[in-house]
Design a binder for this molecule. Structure first.
Ligand code: NAD
Length: 295
């Protein structure tokens, strides 16, 4: 049994922390929302009333926060984790944030003698509940090996992506592929409609041909071919358009900083921005097909 501090008990963090409790760990949780802390306590966790209280005596501290600014605040503040975590505690940030923040926070932790990994996830709320998340981990080999048995209680696939920040790099590269491919598959279905080709026929052919990809075969944006996809329930999220836009913007920021040319990634970010601004930010990102159809 390990002593774990968990900070950020939202849609993802709460079920992840609950899985750690189910696995027999002692989890002290903190969130600025008291209601979330109460839910953790009801599941057998310890309610903490501050970042410090959650981290005191913890061997591992996990954070699952909205964005880079929250991570900076929780780690770098005067009363933050780097100032107050117990000596030798392993810090694990699973939030999706910019690579630069991930690297600067890890470097500040290292200076204080605290090992840290960035460990963003894919798999969504369903993956968090079912402990089937994929973790993309950046940090030293020693820190990765130490984090792995804990991450395995919340996920199914745990990959060491390289040094600090490389987990975030993997996450935004993957989601840039996803955003672009979902638009590509949507455009193909909309073109097929205009050409008189049935959705199911395009699916049957393309899912077995060179156009095959996850956006087609696992998350098909038209109702019918893949019964579990959000298209069958009015594009109820799932993974929202707002979250896709966040990740595409992180990818664009990283591309600019690194001098990489990503014109399709830039187009995808613009298209998702317009879709989100049209009042569909909370809709599943595969609902982009309705925007493509109407645009
Ligand atoms: P969420 O908004 O539901 O949860 C974030 C939680 O952090 C909230 O409960 C909020 O109150 C808390 N919080 C904010 N600032 C805090 C602070 N200073 N101290 C303590 N708690 C604080 O978001 P989520 O859906 O759980 O996502 C968390 C992260 O995971 C995000 O970075 C997101 O991009 C990423 N992610 C989400 C999904 C998904 O499907 N929801 C999938 C993959 C990755």
């Amino acid at each position: 049994m390990a002593r774990i501090g968990f900070i950020g008990l939202g849609n993802m963090g709460l079920p992840m922390a609950q899985n750690l409790i189910k696995a027999g760990h002692a989890v002290a949780g903190f969130d600025v929302s008291r209601a979330s802390v109460d839910k953790l306590a009801a599941a057998g966790g310890n309610a903490a009333d501050s970042v410090n209280a959650a981290a005191a005596d913890a061997e591992f501290v996990i954070t699952m926060l909205p964005a880079g600014q929250h991570v900076r605040e929780v780690y770098l503040g005067a009363d933050g984790l780097i100032a107050k975590a117990a000596p030798g505690a392993l810090l694990i940030d699973s939030s999706t944030i910019d690579v630069e923040t991930a690297r600067s926070v890890a470097s500040a932790a290292e200076k204080k003698g605290l090992p840290m990994v960035d460990a963003p996830v894919s798999g969504g709320v369903g993956g968090a509940q079912g402990a089937t998340l994929t973790f993309m981990v950046g940090g030293s080999t020693a820190a990765f090996e130490r984090a792995k048995p804990i991450l395995e209680k919340m996920g199914k696939t745990i990959v060491h992506a390289g040094g600090p920040g490389n987990g975030q790099a993997a996450k935004i590269c993957n989601n840039m592929i996803l955003g672009i491919s979902m638009i590509a598959v949507s455009e193909a279905f909309v073109l097929a409609e205009k050409l008189g080709l049935e959705h199911q026929k395009l699916f049957d052919i393309s899912s077995k041909s060179s156009g095959q990809c996850w956006s087609m075969t696992s998350y098909c944006p038209v109702p019918g071919p893949v019964p579990a996809s959000p298209a069958n329930r009015d594009y109820q999220a799932g993974f929202t358009a707002a979250m896709m836009l966040k990740d595409l913007r992180l990818a664009q920021d990283a591309a600019k900083a690194a001098g990489a040319k990503t014109p399709l990634g830039a187009d995808a970010a613009r298209i998702y921005a317009k879709y989100a601004e049209s009042g569909e930010a909370a809709r599943d990102f595969s609902g982009i097909i309705r925007f493509v159809r109407g645009a």
